[in-house]
Design a protein around this ligand. Structure first.
Ligand code: FAD
Length: 411
């Protein structure tokens, strides 16, 4: 039997972008339905770094206070050049704007759950994979076909379905590009506690950047970002092989504390995946909405993970999207789902996110590129000039405020 549903707003994907957008809409009085293909909230990646821009957005969404007491901000980072075997300790003063907005490493599960808890029950429909989208010419409703046969009609569609977004494809956005680099991530578990200092530790080598970041006294998040290697194809499905590749090959000659962290990995959390990005030019000159359809998060701006901004930027999107849509739909103290108003709200959202998204993608790509070049001249430029210049720009980029949500009195 085919089930039919009708919704005002549908969000596809219950990742950071989808859940944060749903919370943003909820805060401005707009209900929505979130369709997620998985049977539970996906926590791939185990943890992530949240910078001041993310904390500001989470404050606006009224969720930050649920996380900050459990995660201490970082005061310092240490960078080790693997070729020169030189370690530099850097205070994170520029990035840590204040204790409240300080750079923290957070469990993904905790972030997703903190967002999901803010939504009315039954907002999230799990096991609901979008398989196709249909809209007849002149028709304002969009029809979504789910894999289980359900048909969902909606007035607004927001694709938060990640970097291989079906919604972005339907909108005609350019395909994400494989950067030629890949990332391995894992979570190390210390049931009796660890004695690792509470700082971000990074290692920079030829074509590789790696690090480990304590989350709390029992968990340490670690990663390797490197030029793609033929072995990637063989090992990506096996956490055991991924771990072995890091300890026995990639990090064989690195300081032993790195390998020790990797040795403590919980294999269930280990993943390896190629890094994709969308051409920044296509965002600057393309349409970021099509009628009453738009995208947010990785579906809008897939970027390489070199600056840890994909999730932070998804939280910014949520605030900007909820603000623009609610401002467009409010008429005389009431919400009116007028097609022209929806289009206008989404167009304004796209315009507000265009330059920001393009700048972050370009910056992330550039910092990854500079790190991955083996040539001496590039390395000299990188070490002597680039890092200083880029770090200042980075501090500006992450000290971003996506603004407030309007508060209205309903008539
Ligand atoms: C190695 C690495 C390190 C990173 N570190 C950081 C960091 O420190 N800080 C940071 O801010 N960001 C970081 N990122 C980026 C961050 O992980 C992503 O930008 C973020 O998870 C994007 O969230 P999203 O909700 O847009 O997409 P996703 O997390 O991909 O969520 C998309 C959701 O949509 C669902 N979905 C997809 N297709 C369908 C469909 N057809 N029907 C229904 N549901 C569907 C998926 O199941 C998923 O739940 C990192 C990324 C990598 C790879």
């Amino acid at each position: 039997m085919v089930t039919e549903m009708t919704e005002d707003i549908v969000i596809v994907g219950a990742g950071i972008a989808g859940l944060a957008t749903a919370v943003g809409l909820h805060r401005v009085g707009l209900g929505c339905r979130v369709l997620e293909r998985a049977q539970e909230l996906r926590t791939t990646g185990a943890a992530l770094m949240l910078f001041p821009n993310a904390w500001r957005a989470l404050e606006t969404l009224n969720v930050a206070h649920k996380l900050t007491p459990f995660y201490a901000p970082f005061k310092t980072a240490s960078f080790t050049s693997l070729s020169a075997r030189r370690t530099q300790k850097v205070p994170l003063l520029g990035i840590t704007v204040s204790e409240k907005l300080g750079l923290r490493s957070v469990h993904r599960k905790a972030l997703l759950e903190a967002l999901a808890e803010e939504l009315p029950p039954s907002t999230i429909r799990l096991g609901s994979r979008l398989s196709s989208i249909e809209q007849s010419p002149g028709e304002s409703l969009i029809t979504l076909h789910l894999e289980d046969g359900t048909r969902v009609k909606t007035k607004v569609l927001i694709g938060c379905d990640g970097n291989r977004s079906l919604v972005a494809q339907w909108m005609g956005m350019s395909e994400p590009i494989n950067s030629g680099r890949s990332a391995i991530r894992g979570l190390s578990v210390y049931p009796d506690g660890h004695d690792i200092d509470h700082e971000m530790v990074q290692f920079l080598g030829d074509g590789v950047r790696a690090g480990y970041i304590p989350i709390n006294k029992k968990h340490v998040y670690w990663f390797v970002i490197r030029t793609a290697h033929p072995v990637d194809e063989e090992i990506w499905k096996s956490p055991k092989l991924i771990k072995q590749d890091v300890t026995d090959r990639v990090a064989k000659d690195w300081p032993k504390e790195y390998r020790e962290v990797v040795e403590h990995s919980d294999l269930d959390t280990l993943t390896q995946a190629p890094l994709f990005f969308r051409s920044p030019l296509s965002l600057l000159f393309g349409n970021l909405s099509r009628g009453s359809v738009t995208v947010a998060g990785d579906a809008l701006h897939p970027m390489t993970s070199d600056i840890g901004q994909g999730g932070c930027t998804a939280l910014e999107d949520a605030v900007v999207l909820a603000r623009n849509l609610s401002l467009a739909l409010r008429k005389n103290g009431k919400i009116e789902f007028d097609h022209k108003a929806i289009e206008e709200g989404l167009r304004k959202y796209g315009n507000e996110r265009r330059w920001r998204s393009a700048a972050l993608i370009a910056y992330a790509y550039l910092s990854g590129w500079v790190q991955s070049q083996p040539w001496r001249l590039v390395k000299m430029f990188r070490d002597k000039i680039c890092y200083g210049l880029m770090f200042n720009r980075f501090v500006d980029l992450v000290d971003y405020n996506s603004g407030e949500l309007p508060s209205f009195k309903l008539a």
